[in-house]
Write a protein that binds this ligand. Structure first.
Ligand code: NAD
Length: 418
């Protein structure tokens, strides 16, 4: 196996992988097209919660970590592609994958192994990636280079399940490719799980995300129905979770964000519609339910003000958390953003406390504040949307007049649960 590794895309997936590869003794070229991110990498300033500045600087100090703007040439390497796979108008946008494959193909040295890590619909590696690499490079897969797919399962902000501890699914377009992909990840993670073809690995990743998406939607709908019936949904789920088999607890919230839940399953439903001319009804329904949640939270807040003879207009509302999940600053598809924007549209004076978010990322009409006694006591409603570990919930409980808790972390007569 070549000791040279190239990681294309230095985001949540690519940078974590690059750091681990340096640690494992590889020489890593980190290709990043975003000039600002590249500058940060070169200066040893991390833009991710899961990678510390010290770790980044230690990687630079080894002289085996080279952040660059463009795909390098040179000898054989293991090349990992970890670029975004967003949706545009509800349709998979593989332009980043195409561009990355084009750049890799143009510099592909015989003897290299290419691995796609981006989440995508089944068939991408064996159809799209293979075709671009062969066409652009003029090389033959299985003879001159090898190709595989390995979905990334990292959970940013999760200190227990880190990159090395999460079992890694690996696959190859042929047996030789699988062996190379497997050998590479065996140097990086504790457990490697081979899958017979890339399309099974691609679909496994989408099944994992769809499973969570559908179950979160189920409990979110449960939360709405339980409230209408005057039943405590949190106690209900906790009670059901005492069953030692056949039940897995998921918890309600203000909606879902990031890419894994609201975006990735749509890659599958798009593919199913295109190839089999069928709807993927579970995904479509889960999307509808989860997308409704920020609006439902605002409806409940409006009702809470109404009960006190107040309208939302001009009320000061302090939102705790804007990111899509605890302990990260990632705002992609964050439901708290939708809550904030709806409240602004209703004329509320919206403040938000989120230690992970930069002021420049806060939506128009919203003020970013520190979580301190003054911010809490001056708010007419405090809404716990994201339970960041950094939040002092005892302070929230002591200083807030009214709390709407979407995360079931607070108790008291002044607290209303989702
Ligand atoms: N974030 C997660 O928790 C997570 C978990 C598992 C899987 N994934 C999947 O992994 C993939 C990457 O996700 P991410 O969260 O790391 O995205 P990201 O947006 O954080 O990072 C991707 C990086 O790739 C760069 N990039 C785009 N095109 C490029 C190109 N042609 N050459 C070089 N750099 C390029 C972007 O500038 C960006 O910095 C996606 O398919 C995503 O769905 C993400």
């Amino acid at each position: 196996m070549p000791d040279a590794v190239t990681v294309v895309g230095q985001g949540y997936v690519g940078l974590v992988l690059a750091m681990r590869a340096v640690e494992a003794g590889f020489t890593v070229t980190a290709v990043e097209s975003d000039a600002e991110r590249l500058e940060h990498l070169r200066a040893g300033r991390s833009y991710l919660e899961d990678v510390g500045d010290e770790q980044l600087r230690a990687a630079l100090d080894t002289c085996r970590f080279h952040p660059v703007a463009e795909m390098p040439g040179g000898g054989p390497a293991t090349i990992v592609i970890a670029v975004p796979t967003p949706l545009v108008d509800g349709v998979p946008d593989l332009s980043h994958v195409r561009a990355a494959c084009g750049a890799v193909g143009a510099r592909l040295a015989p003897g290299s192994t290419v691995i796609l890590e981006s989440t995508t619909y089944p068939g991408t590696t064996e159809e799209l990636v293979l075709e671009i690499l062969e066409r652009v490079s003029g090389l033959r897969c299985g003879r001159d280079f090898w190709l595989g797919y390995s979905p990334e399962r990292i959970d940013p902000g999760n200190a227990a399940w880190t990159f090395t501890r999460i079992p890694k699914l690996v696959s190859g377009v042929d047996a030789a490719s699988l062996e190379r992909v497997r050998a590479f990840y065996e140097r990086l993670v504790d457990t490697v799980v081979p899958v017979s073809r890339p399309r099974e690995a691609e679909l496994a990743k989408l099944l994992e995300n769809t499973f969570r998406h559908v179950n979160v939607a189920l409990v979110n709908e449960f939360a709405v129905l339980a409230h209408a019936l005057g039943i405590d949904v949190w106690e209900t789920i906790g009670a059901a979770a005492t069953k030692p088999f056949g039940f897995l607890a998921f918890w309600p919230g203000p909606g879902v964000g990031g890419h894994c839940l609201p975006v990735d399953p749509l890659y599958l439903s798009w593919r199913v519609r295109l190839t089999a001319d069928r709807p993927f009804r579970f995904v479509e329904l889960a999307n509808e339910v989860n997308r409704h949640m920020p609006g439902y939270v605002v409806d409940r807040l409006t009702a809470a003000f109404n009960l006190r003879g107040l309208s939302v207009r001009d009320r000061r509302v302090l939102l705790l958390g804007l990111a899509y999940k605890p302990d990260v600053g990632d705002l992609r598809e964050a439901p708290a953003l939708a809550v904030a924007q709806r409240l602004v549209a209703l004329g509320a004076d919206v403040r938000v406390a989120d230690p992970h978010v930069r002021p420049a990322d806060v939506p128009l009409g919203v003020t970013l504040v520190d979580l301190d006694p003054d911010a809490l006591s001056s708010a007419e409603m405090v809404v716990l949307l994201v339970p960041h570990a950094a939040f002092d919930l005892a302070l929230v409980s002591a200083q807030a007049k009214h709390v709407f808790d979407c995360c079931h972390r607070l108790t008291g007569a002044h607290v209303e649960q989702l």
